[in-house]
Write a protein that binds this ligand. Structure first.
Ligand code: SER
Length: 876
């Protein structure tokens, strides 16, 4: 069975069991401060488990793109070294939200694996939770008894908290679980050691394939387990592992999910998979990481230096490093694998197809830049090794390795590898100490501590009334104290709110809550999954009493102006640049808007004008807001509403239309485009390969911008004392260049005359011809004079100081007889320069110093002359 068929069979099986099949949520998470990436199929349903969202479909199934590279579930270090862990993988899952529980979950898992897929029973093992006295949870006898209907007792194994109690993160939904394991080993090996002894022992061929979690608790910050309002089922099956089992392979990488990519890497590197352990690992790493990076970019997460972007950048660099070290790649190569991946997975995940150009160009640029870093690092590490060797050591210090790592992005394992080739090693203990210190510094700077929620009343979710009202009476349903960056504030949740929480690029509303005549400022409103969280420095005095929640109307209007303008901008960009323009990021604040989009060249000034013109025309057309709040997603697709990859849409979506622009959007908008008044682009720039950024503003900010330009023009007019700026400036520039020419000619003439008169004045003195004085001329003029005199006078002592255009300098030229006698102009200029607070140097016969103290110039001339004389005569 090929992998696409396996996926389809899974989804079809649960469709037949009345499960709604939903799309994978984006892999990059936007609204959950506790998670950066989707690490399990259940993440998108977290709020359903916790009771923060109403349950619409009680049975759901999907295939979910997961990434396990940070936090509680992090498999990065295993990837490539073994044959069954991945950074990005697909998790096949079925869920019951307060509907069926253990019995059906176990029965259906069995039916699918054994009756549908035909797996042999004697190779299957199931585990169940043995209980935990310290958590006060009993042994899961229920699961054990159910498994007894299907499996011999010897195949049912009790497991501890580590293996059989599943938790999403340090806090959040959790519960006992029952895992299904499969023994892939050959019969003779199975005869030697029973499979049950190898379950959960990290054996590559006795592996977990499916985890059935019985969600019953919420883990609180305090560590306490709080029972959930209802019991749920959350199952997750590793798709790639299932493919391995069903295709009779011994490694995930031998399945049709990975083989086309591995074959392509083999063609490109000229190395065969299976040839050597190190190149095999490299091929596995690259084929795995290619998927993680490509899917992240398709979900809108570009590599960068912060947060999720940084994790993606590190994964990409890990792949480059393996290719560089073990497969000999010196040019970008990961980007060349994208077409193979798209061919393999593009049908199931259309975002790969439509974003292919962007994925390729972003990866190419990242790779090129990291390959340059590696080349620089190579030079640096050579220097470090030389330094280490000349100090008589064979151990590169942890400090040096850390500088290479931290400042130059040079990976520590590569430093170790290169050191080893030269018979050296690295002080890893010291390196790890530096690394830990750095981590602690950033951890302390970023640490956010949130108390547990204090629940006041139990409601499913907050009613958002902010599309229609800016004020409402409300009740606090829960609140908690949070400390971050030395500041304490409260997060408050209401039963209904007019406050828009930061999402979809639009920043959260500000405003106030009022109670008994006291006003409590709301500084921000954030979204945590489906929760709308108000940020207040001070909690209303009586948390059980009603509050009046009121949004700051002026800021809200300004945000609405910018949000609607963003829609008009996107539509205008597509008209002017083409339909390839797709949103890649957006920020809407009351102050300005920022819009990132895919486009491969600079947007010309003329195109920007066209875009501005279109947007302003649409503003003047005064289109009314046409809004459908509960539009079925299929209908929205039919009418061609713009949707984004990397966003999570439900069955019902909100469609926003202004004239020809139709988008899915949850943001707040103007009632008529005319309210925006004016739209003005502030800047256009590149933020990554193939991604451009436009910043713009509207309404009063746009007017202010125009005023600023007008004011500048007026200031120039008044300075030039004429309204004809350009005419006047042209005249000034022409005059200026004429004057410069005249000055140059004049200077030349003057220098020649001066040199002549200086030469005539000079008299031999004790066999020397001394020219020691201050001449405030340009350094090049003095130099020319010095060389002219030296060619005439073998016994010249030329010591000239100058203050010219705010620069103080001292020039020394010695005739051949003097310099040959051993007097060194360079040493002397350095010594004398101290008197002008300067430094300098040069050659034995000619040296120059610059300084900062013009008052010391005279003394410096005297000192230098005296030193020359005394050294010459002593030498003579
Ligand atoms: N949440 C569980 C897991 O990730 C089952 O889906 O293993």
């Amino acid at each position: 069975m090929d992998s696409n068929k396996i996926r389809e069979t899974f989804l079809g099986f649960f469709r037949d069991k009345q499960h709604a099949i939903v799309p994978s949520a984006p892999m990059v998470i936007k609204n959950d401060p506790t998670l950066m990436f989707t690490n399990a199929g259940m993440n998108q349903f977290k709020d359903l488990f916790l009771g923060n969202s109403p349950i619409v479909s009680p049975r759901v199934a999907d295939t979910q793109k997961c990434l396990r590279v940070s936090g509680k579930h992090n498999d990065l270090d295993e990837v490539g070294r073994d044959t069954y862990h991945h950074t990005m993988f697909e998790m096949l899952g079925n869920w019951s939200f307060g509907d069926y529980f253990k019995k059906e979950a176990i029965a259906w898992a069995w039916e699918l694996l054994v009756d549908v897929f035909g797996l042999p029973i004697d190779r299957i093992y199931a585990t169940y939770f043995e209980g935990s006295p310290e958590e006060n949870i009993a042994c899961d006898d229920e699961a054990f008894n159910m498994w007894k209907q299907y499996l011999p007792e010897g195949h049912i194994i009790p497991g501890n908290k580590k293996d059989n109690f599943w938790e999403m993160g340090d806090t959040g939904p959790c519960g006992p679980c029952s895992e299904i394991h499969f023994d892939l080993r050959d019969n003779d090996e199975r005869a030697k050691i029973p499979g049950r002894d190898l379950v959960n022992q990290s054996h590559p061929q006795v592996i977990e394939i499916w985890n059935l979690v019985f969600m019953q608790f919420n883990r609180k910050v305090s560590g306490e387990l709080q029972p959930l309002p209802k019991n749920h089922v959350d199952t997750g099956m590793g798709f790639e592992r299932l493919c391995m089992v069903l295709q009779g392979k011994k490694s995930n990488y031998d399945t049709d999910v990975f083989q086309p990519i591995i074959t392509r890497i083999g063609e490109m590197s000229g190395i065969k998979y299976g040839q050597a352990e190190s190149s095999d690992i490299a091929m596995r790493v690259i084929s795995d990481h290619l998927r993680a990076i490509s899917f992240s970019i398709a979900d809108g997460q570009l590599p960068s230096n912060v947060k999720a972007g940084y994790v993606i950048r590190r994964i990409l660099r890990r792949a480059v490093r393996y290719g560089y070290t073990y497969l000999g790649f010196r040019e970008p190569f990961i980007c060349k694998l994208v077409p193979t991946l798209v061919g393999q997975m593009g049908d199931q995940f259309p975002e790969l197809k439509s974003q292919r150009g962007l994925i390729e160009s972003v990866i190419t640029e990242e790779e090129s830049s990291f390959l340059r870093t590696l080349a620089t690092g190579m030079t640096l590490i050579e220097e470090v090794m030389e330094k280490t060797a000349s100090a008589g050591s064979t151990t590169i210090s942890g400090d040096d390795a850390f500088v290479l790592y931290d400042t130059f992005g040079f990976p520590i394992d590569l430093t170790e590898l290169i050191a080893k080739e030269k018979g050296m090693d690295v002080n890893l203990h010291e390196f790890n100490k530096r690394l830990e210190e750095q981590k602690n510094r950033s951890r302390n700077a970023a640490s956010v501590q949130a108390d547990d929620w204090c629940e006041i009343s139990n409601t499913d979710e907050t009613a958002f009334v902010g599309y229609d009202h800016l004020e409402t009476e409300a009740r606090i349903t829960k609140y908690r104290k949070v400390s971050a960056k030395g500041k304490e504030y409260y997060q408050v949740v209401l039963d209904r709110t007019p406050f828009y929480g930061n999402s979809g690029g639009q920043v959260g509303d500000t405003g106030r809550m009022e109670q008994n005549g006291v006003s409590y400022p709301v500084e921000d409103t954030q979204k945590e999954n489906n929760l709308t969280v108000h940020i207040l420095p001070q909690l209303p005095a009586d948390v059980a009493a009603p509050v009046r929640a009121a949004v700051d109307a002026e800021s809200r209007q300004a945000s609405a102006n910018n949000h609607t303008a963003t829609h008009l901008l996107q539509s205008a960009l597509q008209q002017v640049l083409g339909s390839h323009v797709e949103q890649k990021g957006s920020l809407v604040t009351p102050d300005y808007l920022r819009f990132d989009f895919s486009h491969f060249q600079k947007v010309t000034d003329e195109q920007l004008r066209q875009v501005e013109t279109i947007v302003n025309r649409e503003i003047r057309a005064n289109h009314p807001l046409q809004e459908v709040r509960e539009c079925p997603i299929d209908r929205a697709r039919e009418i061609g509403a713009m949707m984004l990859f990397g966003e999570k849409y439900g069955d019902k979506v909100r469609v926003i239309r202004f004239g020809g622009s139709t988008e899915l959007c949850g943001g707040t908008h103007v009632a008529y485009t005319g309210q925006i008044g004016l739209f003005k682009v502030l800047s256009e720039s590149a933020i990554a390969a193939g991604v451009r950024r436009i910043e713009a503003c509207t309404a009063q900010r746009a007017m202010d911008n125009i005023y600023a330009v007008e004011d500048l023009i007026k200031e120039v007019q008044s300075f030039l004392n004429t309204p004809q700026i350009m005419q006047n400036l042209r005249k000034i520039v022409t005059e200026n260049s004429e004057f410069s020419e005249q000055i140059e000619a004049f200077k030349k003439e003057k220098t020649a005359a001066l040199a002549k008169s200086v030469a005539e004045e000079l008299q031999p003195e004790n066999g020397l011809v001394i020219c020691a004085r201050q001449l405030d001329l340009a350094p090049d003029v003095i130099k020319n004079m010095a060389f002219a005199l030296k060619s005439e006078l073998p016994n010249l002592v030329f010591v000239v100081g100058s203050n010219f255009s705010d620069k103080t300098s001292l020039t020394i030229m010695l005739g051949d007889d003097i310099s040959k006698s051993g007097v060194n102009a360079s040493n002397i200029v350095r010594e004398a320069a101290k008197l002008i607070d300067g430094s300098g140097g040069g050659q034995p016969f000619f040296a120059v110093a610059g300084g900062k103290n013009p008052d010391g110039l005279e003394a410096a001339i005297v000192k230098a002359t005296e030193m020359i004389k005394s050294r010459y005569f002593t030498a003579g």
